[in-house]
Design a protein around this ligand. Structure first.
Ligand code: AR6
Length: 175
């Protein structure tokens, strides 16, 4: 079981093997956490992203971290919330799982996630947090190579939700 940490602030500041980007299918940048990551990594990141031919929803692709303290960026594309009947939950779980699988191909042992899809993609935050914690826990239970997973919490609502969820559901989570 990996150590799960909650971090309050900007994911681009984290010194981990990989940070995950909540990107869009073009992988060519955007607002929110995507914009922050591209700004902090510098223009070389966009150059590498242009070579990737985009990314499907629920999938993940990896690049270097360039000027970031993180060695890699794993770009995943969360589902836009259309009411819940378009496989949104399954696709969100897939973002976390595929990001961890891609991480393992690059010997990543410490990784930080933003709250994928809970910004402009409008996935309900409480349900998104449950899916994120459950998927990460399930994966790391069987993949000890992933030693630490950090949830980067940027807004008040997600901070409150994760604080409750992690302490209630997972009393054995480290900090
Ligand atoms: N560090 C950590 N979390 C952040 C940061 C940051 N610097 N900035 C924002 N967040 P969003 P989405 C949180 O909208 O919903 C982009 O334009 C934010 O509070 O960034 O998956 C992409 O290009 C929220 O909880 O991503 C796509 O087009 C979470 O990150 C689209 O937005 C996700 O919010 C993806 O939408």
């Amino acid at each position: 079981m990996a150590i799960i940490e909650l971090y309050h602030g900007d994911i681009t500041h984290l010194e981990v093997d990989a940070i995950v980007n909540a990107a869009n299918a073009s992988l060519l940048g955007g607002g929110g956490v995507d914009g922050a990551i591209h700004r902090a990594a510098g223009s070389e990141l966009l150059k590498e992203c242009k070579l990737l031919n985009g990314c499907a929803t629920g999938e993940a692709k990896i690049t270097k971290g360039y000027n970031l303290p993180a060695k890699y960026v794993i770009h995943t594309v969360g589902p836009v919330w259309y009411g819940g009947k378009n496989r949104e939950e399954e696709l969100l779980a897939s973002c976390y799982k595929r990001s961890l699988e891609v991480a393992m191909t690059h010997d990543v042992s410490t990784i930080a996630f933003p709250n994928i899809s809970t910004g402009v993609y409008h996935f309900p935050k409480e349900r998104a947090a449950e899916i994120a914690v459950h998927t990460v826990k399930e994966f790391t239970d069987t993949h000890p190579e992933i030693q630490k997973v950090i949830f980067a919490l940027f807004d008040r609502e997600n901070t409150d939700i994760y604080s409750k969820l992690v302490s209630i559901d997972s009393p054995d989570f480290g900090s």
